[in-house]
Design a binder for this molecule. Structure first.
Ligand SMILES: [Zn+2]
Length: 441
């Protein structure tokens, strides 16, 4: 636990001085025991301690999310009363403090770091897809986690591509190896929903390519509410070099499949994309590998450049190529070294908080829908990459309207202990303008 707030549930009437708020374990996201500084039931200051990173999106206007029984839609708290600062009482690690007004005694409130996307939700989603009986969608269990949860593998392609002896061009996509990175699942669902749609581009992509998608590589970590690790405390994205079948079974299963496909002369593994979320950067962007071969290096830049043209929230300037020693055990680095010059391996990152559209300076907070839209744009970019446009008569992407978020939660005043919190100097400072909450309660 590096101090990230995954999520917790609390009931107002249980909050008393020097006690932990009532915790509800529902087996979905992590619940944290938060000591309450001030016992008054209406106004509470939360201190989440032991953050290790100096840089944080909390300094760029990000705020925790909240929902309650009577207001079940997740909303970001107003950033005005969120503080991120270094604290000598916690081994000089950082503390994120926020103030919140509980306004309905009978409501149960939940707080989260970002929009939750649970293992249960994921399983229901896949069940609903299976019920549609599409002949171009296949779901199988590639393996099991340590606690015997499913490692699902989806195949999306025209049935013609699965005939005996058919040659396959494969795009392999994985997500949620880091379980706290919930935006990864929304992006992944955006890709899946688009590829399964009747959109002409989706039809052309299914004709031409085989999509293999393992959307949740760390189901135990997701279920338990871990931020980065598996059940046994491993960062699975550092174990690609030698995954153990008993300690890292999901990683082992996916790696075996990728190597098997790589060794199959009928299969051309063209892309591997691992989807993550980033806790300090804005926008979507990619990490790629560095190759000695200049031409290969240049070709690797093509996909992110095309994606940048299709997605307003994707930044090519934030995209970088590296071979840091610390990243040696990642899927992108390992597979980039294993696969030949015809394959491209990327990490796709998306901000936990917001994106800045080119030509503007205003940060637009991501919504669940905006994450899914990035996924649709990733899928659409394969059409440009393979120059499949002639297969599509009319290229139109439906663009659902983004609903504006208007947090109706009361804005509490910081008093007492909070007055000693740092102000702009060294503390959270937002250059982003946000609406103040309305007083709809
Ligand atoms: Zn990650």
């Amino acid at each position: 636990m590096t101090g990230q707030l995954s999520g917790f549930t609390t009931r107002v009437k249980e909050a008393t001085s020097e006690r932990c708020l009532f915790q509800e374990r529902r087996g979905r996201e992590e619940r944290l025991g938060i000591p309450v500084i001030q016992g008054h039931w209406e106004r509470v200051i939360f201190n989440i301690v032991n953050f290790s990173k100096t840089k944080s999106l909390y300094r760029d206007g990000m705020a925790p999310m909240v929902k309650s029984t009577s207001r079940p839609k997740w909303q970001r708290l107003p950033p005005k009363n969120v503080y991120y600062y270094r604290c000598p009482d916690h081994r000089k690690n950082y503390v994120m403090s926020f103030a919140f007004c509980f306004d309905r005694e009978e409501d149960i409130y939940q707080f989260a770091y970002c929009y939750p996307y649970t293992y249960t939700r994921f399983q229901h989603y896949l069940d609903s897809l299976q019920k549609r009986n599409m002949d171009y969608f296949f779901r199988e269990q590639l393996g099991q986690s340590v606690q015997q949860r499913h490692l699902d593998l989806l195949t999306i392609t025209s049935p013609d591509n699965l005939r005996e002896g058919a040659e396959q061009k494969v795009v392999f996509i994985t997500g949620r190896v880091h379980p706290g990175e919930t935006p990864s699942s929304f992006v992944c669902q955006g890709i899946i929903d688009f590829l399964l749609s009747q959109h002409p581009i989706a039809c052309a992509l299914r004709e031409h390519l085989v999509f293999k998608i393992a959307p949740m590589l760390n189901p135990d970590g997701v279920y338990l509410g871990n931020y980065r690790c598996s059940l046994m405390g491993f960062d699975l994205n550092r174990h690609w070099l030698d995954p153990s079948p008993w300690a890292h079974p999901t990683l082992h299963g996916v790696k075996q499949l990728i190597i098997q496909m790589y060794n199959d002369p009928k299969t051309s593994l063209e892309f591997y994309i691992d989807i993550h979320a980033h806790s300090t950067m804005m926008n979507g962007f990619m990490y790629g590998n560095i190759f000695e071969d200049e031409e290969r290096f240049q070709r690797q830049a093509v996909f992110p450049k095309l994606l940048c043209q299709n997605a307003e929230d994707f930044s090519y300037s934030s995209t970088s190529f590296n071979r840091d020693a610390v990243k040696a055990g990642t899927g992108r680095r390992f597979l980039g070294g294993l696969l030949d010059h015809t394959s491209y391996c990327y990490t796709l990152e998306v901000s936990f908080y917001s994106y800045i559209i080119r030509g503007s300076t205003a940060a637009v907070p991501y919504t669940e829908e905006a994450y899914m839209k990035l996924g649709r744009n990733v899928a659409r970019t394969f059409l440009d990459y393979y120059r499949l446009n002639p297969m599509v008569e009319k290229v139109t992407i439906p663009t659902p309207r983004l609903r504006k978020e208007t947090p109706p939660y009361k804005r509490p005043l910081l008093r007492g202990p909070a007055s000693s919190l740092p102000n702009s100097k060294g503390g959270k400072k937002s250059s982003v303008s946000h609406k103040d909450p309305s007083n709809s309660f």
